[in-house]
Design a binder for this molecule. Structure first.
Ligand SMILES: Nc1ncnc2c1ncn2[C@@H]1O[C@H](COP(=O)(O)OP(=O)(O)OP(=O)(O)O)[C@@H](O)[C@H]1O
Ligand SMILES: [Mg+2]
Length: 179
């Protein structure tokens, strides 16, 4: 004969299981969609990201058309992390390194990247496997070589100032940054 405890316990267990099933699994993706009304919102977003300890070794991929605001976000982020002086767009150099207080960072722009040998020669493989913050514009152009990003940030232009932004976390580190 079933004990009263088991009879009571059964529905609770079923409820608990279905609750778990409807949560995004820990290893899965999580996403958030935001609107930046202007560059001030872009800056505020960058400052929040910079405040997470998980930023130090993160790989963040930035998606969006020409002029969407990828470099602008990177500039605000690097500034928030303590970068001083000019932050140039690395389009011609592909990678621009930064020594920031307490962390190393690299800003990549793969727009003109078309030689997979450069991946090995320039040491990008080791760089992406190692510590430090990696920020990449136009990751699509090196998609076969890049590891999955902790965060994928998609920026779409709504008008001169406003941007629709979708942030997708693919890893536990990314989920921390999204929180
Ligand atoms: N809310 C906003 N967030 C970011 N940039 C904005 C915003 N509103 C206006 N802008 C302007 O949009 C432009 C974005 O240019 P940016 O160089 O950052 O684009 P990008 O995505 O890096 O382009 P590319 O693919 O050519 O590298 C800048 O002139 C910036 O001032
Ligand atoms: Mg750019």
């Amino acid at each position: 004969m079933a004990s009263p405890v088991a009879q009571l316990g059964q529905p609770q267990w079923t409820l608990a299981l279905s609750t778990v099933e409807h949560h995004t699994p820990i290893v899965g993706t999580a996403s958030r969609t935001l609107t930046w009304q202007g560059e001030e919102d872009t800056r505020a977003f960058a400052e929040r990201l910079a405040g997470h300890p998980a930023i130090a070794d993160a790989f963040i991929a930035l998606h969006g058309d020409l002029g969407a605001g990828k470099t602008t976000l990177v500039r605000h982020l690097l500034r928030a992390l303590g970068a001083q002086g000019r932050i140039k767009s690395p389009t011609y150099a592909v990678a621009e390194p930064y020594e920031l207080p307490g962390l190393a960072a690299w800003h990549f722009d793969f727009y003109r990247f078309d030689d997979p040998r450069e991946w090995e020669d320039a040491g990008f493989r080791d760089l992406f496997a190692g510590p430090g913050l990696k920020l990449a514009e136009w990751p699509e152009k090196a998609a076969a070589l890049l590891p999955p990003a902790d965060l994928d940030i998609h920026i779409a232009v709504l008008d001169d100032e406003r941007r629709r932004v979708t942030v997708v976390a693919n890893t536990p580190r990314g989920r921390e940054l999204l929180a």
